[in-house]
Design a protein around this ligand. Structure first.
Ligand code: PLP
Length: 414
């Protein structure tokens, strides 16, 4: 359980920050202000303890041993799946496949579902604001299968152009793959509506939830998507673990992505019978410690309450946006009406890399670059920008520190 959690106005950030050892440090002699959670969030003690306990007590392989340690590890590994199922409100744990992260989840769908279901003349739709990991796997698939990758356009605010999807949908479209929240712009896309439209046109819908699962309640059944991809390290979990949610009938019909141990029920030199769901898609020794750590992360987030996390971060978004947009020469990139946890900006006359370095010298961690969303950056006429991304452990004072540091950097760079 977290140390605490709330006061009357919501999360008690001062107290819960105590759960995050990495937030306690000085960087270049200043108290760290961590504003890079969209790249990777910080990890609470509760997750670190779960990892330690596995390594110190239960360390062994899963699904293979009758001995005590292996049974403990297997129980914890499988119970982690239940916890994530509940977190996502998937109908059953078998619909949750462990992967290395959102990237691998999307690759799994592009290979396992795409090669069977996308053919010459078919179309795959992605949006103009996608992360490279929701572009490149589809590009490779389309090239291999003679299909066409088409892009749902966005407007200058960084919102999907209204009505564009309706005009693009046709019987040729096999899947619509969109980010729930854009990592580069913070835009929250109307994924429920997108899934419903895709289905009405006979297509499936994949939602890239890498940037939404850490910030808002997720209900995949209510969303109506066929696939939902997430990464553990962006939601207080360990690195090297993520998940793919897929509806059972879709998953049942999919070809294995990787093959070898654990994904089989029997093997002869002539023929292999595949294992049941979801093990069919988890070849080899899985990321056991990381799955156990993921369960602790999900427990942690749930004990704070995703509604409370969302409310706290909405307040921070409004405050941070106001603070930064008051700086002369600073242009916000991504001003969608519905946004989450990301403020990307360009500072006139300052190269983002120089700005990032100067901020780092003041103890402030932001990301600078194309944010693995080069097409989105190019749309705004940029090759790079600075991004402050935050989480429930950030406070208004973090944005005060950022705004002051940007002013200082501006003077130095002038
Ligand atoms: N999708 C989005 C929207 C992301 O922001 C990221 C990572 O930044 C990914 C996918 C890929 O996640 P990972 O690198 O954890 O696989």
């Amino acid at each position: 359980m977290p140390t605490v959690v709330c006061n009357e106005s919501g999360l008690d950030t001062d107290l819960l920050r105590g759960d995050f050892p990495a937030l306690q440090q000085l960087v270049h002699g200043r108290q760290l202000v961590y504003l890079d959670s969209a790249a990777s969030s910080q990890t609470p003690r509760q997750v670190i303890s779960a990892l330690l306990e596995y390594y110190e007590r239960d360390r062994s392989n899963v699904h293979r041993g009758v001995h005590e340690l292996s049974q403990r590890a297997t129980d914890k590994y499988e119970s982690a799946r239940y916890r994530l199922q509940r977190f996502l409100n998937a109908a059953e744990p078998e619909e949750v496949v462990w992967t290395r992260g959102a990237t691998e989840s999307i690759n799994l769908v592009a290979a396992g579902w795409g090669r069977q279901n996308v053919g010459p003349g078919d179309e795959v739709l992605v949006s103009a604001m996608e992360h490279h990991s929701n572009i490149v796997p589809w590009q490779i698939l389309c090239k291999e299968r003679g299909a066409r990758l088409r892009v749902i356009p966005m407007n200058r605010r960084g919102e999907l152009v209204e009505g564009a999807l309706d005009t693009m949908l046709s019987p040729r479209v096999r899947i619509v793959a969109v980010a729930h929240v854009s990592n580069a712009l913070g835009t929250v896309n109307p994924v429920r509506e997108i899934a419903a439209k895709a289905h009405a046109a006979g297509a499936l819908c994949l939602v890239d939830g890498a940037q939404s699962a850490p910030h808002m309640p997720i209900d995949v059944q209510e969303m109506g998507c066929d696939f939902f991809a997430l990464s553990g390290h962006k939601m207080c979990g360990p690195t090297g673990i993520g998940a793919l949610y897929a509806r059972r009938p879709v998953l049942e019909a999919m070809a294995p992505y990787q093959s070898g141990g654990d994904m089989i029920s029997s093997v002869t030199f002539e023929h292999t019978e595949y294992n049941d769901l979801p093990h069919r898609f988890e070849a080899g020794t899985p990321a056991i410690a990381q799955a156990i750590g993921m369960a602790a992360a999900v427990d942690y987030l749930e004990s704070l309450g995703m509604d409370r996390i969302q409310a706290h971060e909405r307040d921070l978004l409004a405050y941070g946006t106001e603070r930064l947009s008051a700086i002369p020469g600073l242009r916000l990139i991504g001003t969608a009406r519905d946004k989450a946890a990301v403020v990307t900006f360009d500072l006139e006359g300052a190269h983002p890399a120089d700005l990032g370095t100067l901020l780092d010298h003041q103890g402030i961690a932001v990301r600078v670059g194309h944010h693995c969303a080069e097409p989105a950056m190019r749309f705004f006429g940029l090759s790079a920008a600075a991004r402050a991304s935050f989480s429930f452990y950030n406070t208004r004072s973090d944005f005060d520190a950022l705004a002051e540091a940007v002013e200082t950097a501006k003077e130095i760079l002038a």
